[in-house]
Design a protein. Structure first.
Length: 240
């Protein structure tokens, strides 16, 4: 029987599938953690009512945290964590084009059951990890079997990290650049040496190449390089 695992991957094909809305206003992804099918003690769906965070980080380092620990009226955290009535997590795009890291953390609230070693729980505002098998009487904050930890110290099964890219503004810039370059090509006909010196044509070529580089680097998992490619496109698009 499966152990608990936090996951943003579609279990059918094991892929991360973020969906960007029309107009690039939001990105929606799903929490596929096996809340209802895992067999770990203390990890039933009803135990996951308090602690869940989603941290979305732009490649420049700017982060947004969506958290069930915040007020339920927080517009960035659409998912009603207290009721578990939806698997959709909706992020309002605030930082424009870029490579985004998505980190989902989901931890059960402590209950009086027997937890295995390295199990983690949330209790009275603190995260804990079990240093050994606990008894139902081992209360976090009182029993030495529970060690207070930070989010970065959680066992791997409580965390999942994935990546997505937003290219809305730069793709529109590319479209305009290519259309302008097409006009230049019509005007110059077959005079290639003139094209090679034309700033409008060269700008379009550079943006097309950089967009391809973004795709290739992203597919290879070179997210830092893909982010730099996007920064270069943004700089080119800002040039008149």
């Amino acid at each position: 029987m499966p152990s608990f695992k936090t996951s943003l991957l579609d279990p059918i094909d094991n892929l991360f599938k973020p969906v960007t809305s029309s107009g690039c206003l939001t990105v929606t992804f799903k929490d596929y953690s096996n809340y209802t099918t895992n067999t770990d003690a203390g990890h039933a769906q009803a135990n996951f009512t308090n602690y869940r965070t989603v941290t979305i980080t732009h490649h420049t380092g700017v982060s947004t945290v969506l958290s069930s620990l915040l007020a339920i009226t927080d517009p960035l955290f659409i998912y009603p964590a207290a009721t578990m009535s939806s698997d959709d997590l909706v992020y309002t795009i605030a930082n424009g084009d870029g490579i985004y890291t998505v980190k989902l953390v989901s931890v059960p609230t402590w209950s009086a059951v027997i937890f295995t070693t390295d199990s983690c729980v949330y209790y009275q505002g603190v995260l804990y990890k079990a240093s050994s098998v606990t008894l139902i009487t081992d209360v976090p904050g009182i029993s030495v079997k529970w060690v207070a930890i930070g989010e970065s110290d959680l066992s791997p099964k409580y965390t999942d990290v994935n990546y997505f890219k937003i290219l809305c503004d730069t793709e529109e810039c590319e479209r305009l650049a290519v259309l302008s370059a097409a006009v230049v090509m019509q005007d110059t006909r077959c005079t290639d040496n003139m094209l090679c010196k034309n700033e409008v044509f060269l700008k379009a070529v550079k943006i097309l190449i950089l967009h391809k580089a973004v795709d290739f680097n992203f597919e290879l998992g070179k997210y830092d390089c893909a982010g730099l490619n996007i920064d270069e496109i943004t700089t080119l698009c800002a040039c008149s």
